[in-house]
Design a binder for this molecule. Structure first.
Ligand code: GUN
Ligand code: ZN
Length: 430
């Protein structure tokens, strides 16, 4: 089946960098995106491409709108949706006061299923087509999010949270059950359709050495699964890590020691690292998830993108809801701009989009499937509508370039500007 979409089209071919290299992006003001059997088959100027298509091809006219690749959220907790925007604490107190009690509710499979359905609909409403998701310690909460993603044919990675100490009893597993439950979930879900499994120790503070060892064993036994955890988010957390693991050189060293730093390992936050950590992360293939709204909201710190990318570490953008304050990756891009601006670093619109599309796909090692409109990739894309709100419509009228238009949508846009979201060529948000 062939489909074609006519609109302005923008995507990244590589990292535009802080100088917004033109060679890293492709833009067609009056473009055509052709999809065949759920995958991209061609992109180019509408006039040229239309002439090459069979007469009976259905062309959807989206003139006045801007098509970009589906947005990718590299770190988000679906179980924290109902405590988003909870007042007043930094990380460790916030976890105990808000996150842990909320996650305890996911022992109930019906509750987990209901939240999973709402969560994925909300992602699609915001133009997010792929996410790396923390579930909870309860295996049924993992089944719930995978089943909801499978129903939508959404590319999604998730895993059971491993936590066996320094947390409420009702959320505590142990090393043995963590291993056995994760293994069973991997066998059930990993590689099923577009789904992937992430071995998910919450963070080194809530896992015993025995549990980290079990997680590392799994990571070795299933090398094409992902590893997903938190790293160096909060100063107090970092101090407690050095007390709990007195033998370690650094927080990252703890994960590395247990075999959890490898290709497809994604570390949320990465705020308090040194040059040795960054070099090691790059060398071993780990990636960082940049969570700007969360880092500002929890008062955690400022992500140093320049040092990470200079060291060769892959970085993708992430909302980290419920520590993060929005599921919208547009909002998250605008927060990233401000976090970098405070550090004298620039984030042009094209690079912001890269961090939430191709860059995120590279960080997740999914760039052979998603991230841009390269021929053969899965046709996940978003239709941005500058007329979605009165202020974006007005600002778009004044824009004189695609960079200016995109930047204004990043700062002023929200779910009203997501006119449609497509998964493998199928319209999901109407
Ligand atoms: N570190 C350990 N658990 C969490 C969590 O749920 N959210 C955030 N932001 N950081 C964490
Ligand atoms: Zn998180």
């Amino acid at each position: 089946m062939q489909q074609a979409f006519r609109a302005s089209i923008f995507h990244c071919l590589a990292d535009p960098g802080p100088q917004a290299a033109d060679s890293a992006v492709e833009y067609f003001e009056d473009g055509l995106l052709v999809v065949e059997n759920g995958a991209f088959s061609a992109i180019g100027p509408a006039e040229d491409l239309l002439a090459t298509l069979p007469d009976d091809t259905q062309v959807e006219d989206l003139s006045g709108k801007l098509i970009v690749p589906g947005l990718i959220d590299c770190h988000v907790h679906y179980s924290q949706l109902d405590i988003i925007a909870s007042y007043g604490e930094q990380l460790l107190d916030w976890l105990h006061r808000y996150a842990y009690p909320e996650e305890a509710r996911f022992a109930d499979a019906d509750h987990a299923r209901a939240v999973a359905e709402f969560f994925l609909d909300e992602l699609l409403r915001n133009g997010t087509t792929t996410a790396l998701v923390f579930a909870t310690v309860f295996p049924q909460s993992v089944d719930a999010i995978f089943a909801a993603a499978e129903k939508r044919n959404m590319r999604l990675i998730a895993g059971k949270v491993l936590m066996d100490r320094m947390c409420p009893d009702e959320l505590c597993d142990d090393a043995e059950s963590a291993y056995a439950d994760s293994k069973a979930l991997i066998e059930c879900w990993h590689g099923k359709g577009r789904l992937g499994y992430a071995i998910t120790p919450r963070f080194a503070l809530t896992s015993s050495e025995e549990q980290l060892e079990a997680a590392g064993r799994l990571a070795g036994e299933y090398p094409d699964t992902w590893v997903h955890t938190h790293l160096a988010e909060n100063q107090e957390e970092v101090e407690q890590i050095s007390q709990q693991f007195p033998w370690s050189r650094s927080y990252l060293d703890v994960y590395d020691h247990f075999g959890l730093l490898r290709d497809r390992a994604i570390f949320a936050h990465c705020l308090h690292l040194d040059a040795t950590d960054r070099a090691l992360m790059a060398q071993k293939g780990g990636a960082g998830a940049f969570c700007p709204t969360s880092n500002l909201f929890l008062g955690s710190g400022l992500f140093d993108l320049r040092s990470m990318t200079d060291a060769g570490v892959k970085v993708g953008l992430a909302t980290d809801v419920g520590g993060g304050t929005s599921l919208s990756l547009l909002r998250t891009m605008s927060a990233a701009y401000k976090v970098l601006h405070l550090q004298g670093q620039s984030l042009p619109a094209s690079r912001a989009l890269y961090l939430a599309t191709l860059g995120a796909a590279e960080a997740l090692d999914l760039d052979s499937y998603i991230g841009n409109f390269a021929q053969g990739k899965e046709a996940d894309f978003v239709v941005l509508d500058p007329d979605g709100s009165t202020i974006t419509a007005r600002r778009a009228q004044a824009a004189t370039s695609i960079d200016e238009l995109l930047f204004s949508l990043i700062f002023l846009g929200d779910d009203r500007n997501i006119a449609a979201t497509y998964l493998q060529g199928r319209r999901m948000k109407v």
